[in-house]
Design a protein around this ligand. Structure first.
Ligand code: UDP
Ligand code: MG
Length: 313
């Protein structure tokens, strides 16, 4: 058998993807002619993230045909972030690439991505230029999220960025050095830095099955992202505090002067109620924000395993 000097690890998180997996493999393996010519061999790491369908069966079928196929099967659904981590931890390649099983990350782009790595880039990332086929309300909130992130986080988080990314060993090791429990890949990629080449492509519909992201799941995920890569919300309490102090001071002078000039008629009950409930609301909001950060801290401190493996080959 021919030996190669370099290896590319293709990492594929799979959650209920029994239909997509054979289609994905068929497409991805077509790239081997290009890579073999470059003296690069391939390795496939399928991470089964607690699928309830025949995902594992499909991966085992592939293994019977192809020794380069590996499986890591989780004991339950731990989320895509955990699957990405498990894949990167096991990748033996000089290069690693993260790909979705649904062919929304086109394998034909791999040669182009590899060429940029050859040119000296440390990682090649992709972003989609449009959000075709997505509900408008979702696009709207996505845009708001990225706009907000740009303002409150020092880490660059690119709008429309996908997790489809080819990177060198060095970048992979840097990502693995980030041990946090609350993992937000889009932020982690930006945080590690290195020279990144961005490629753009139009949104592609998934080949089979349906998206695993409900609106609510995406919303919670965006909150995770904000909390993982920004501490700005924590300053809200201070900002409101200063603001209310100023307002209260001006108000105090106003009431004092008014009482001196016109005496002190019946106190303004409605205005007092408004102020009390406003300040009460702001205090609860700030407490809530602190609670959110504290809950993240709590999870980090517990230091639980980020995933559990049931089966692996
Ligand atoms: N995925 C996963 N665990 C999950 C959800 C998704 O491993 O809990 C995988 C899924 O199988 C797919 C990739 O992550 O390979 C992207 O998921 P999906 O296509 O649903 O997301 P979208 O492309 O719609 O953002
Ligand atoms: Mg998809």
């Amino acid at each position: 058998m021919r030996t190669y000097t370099k290896k590319l690890s293709i990492i594929v998180p799979c959650y209920n993807e029994e239909e997509s997996i054979p289609k994905f493999y068929e497409k991805a393996v077509q790239q081997e002619t290009f890579f073999h010519a470059q003296d690069v061999e391939l390795e496939f790491l399928f991470i089964n993230d607690g699928s309830k369908d025949g995902t594992v069966r499909e991966i085992k079928k592939l293994r019977e045909r192809d020794e380069r196929v590996h499986l890591v099967s989780f004991s339950r659904n731990f989320g895509k972030e955990a699957a990405i981590l498990a894949g990167l931890e096991r990748a033996k390649g000089d290069y690693s690439v993260l790909m979705d099983a649904d062919l929304q990350d086109p394998p034909d782009l791999l040669p182009k991505m590899y060429e940029y790595i050859e040119q000296g880039y440390d990682s090649v990332a992709t972003r989609r230029v449009d959000r075709k086929g997505e509900p408008p309300i979702r696009s709207f909130f996505a845009r708001c999220f990225y706009g907000l992130m740009r303002k409150i986080s020092k880490t660059e988080i690119v709008d429309g960025a996908r997790d489809y990314r080819l990177m060198t060993r060095q970048v992979t090791d840097s990502i693995l050095a980030m041990k946090e429990y609350n993992r937000f890949s889009k932020g982690i990629f930006g945080w590690v830095g290195y020279d990144t080449k961005w490629l753009e492509y139009e949104n592609i519909k998934r080949v089979a099955g349906e998206t695993k992201w409900s609106f609510w799941k995406l919303f919670l995920y965006s909150l995770d992202g904000i909390m993982a890569f920004s501490t700005a919300p924590l300053s809200i309490a201070s900002v409101f505090g200063i603001l209310f102090c100023i307002v209260a001071f001006v108000f105090m002078i106003f009431i004092f002067v008014k009482a001196l000039l016109y005496g002190d008629p019946v106190a303004g009950w409605p205005s007092m109620m408004c102020i009390i409930s406003l300040i009460g609301g702001v205090q609860l909001l700030c407490l809530g924000i602190m609670g959110q950060y504290m809950s993240k801290l709590y999870m980090e401190v517990k230091n639980r395993p980020k995933y559990l493996v049931k089966e692996e080959f």
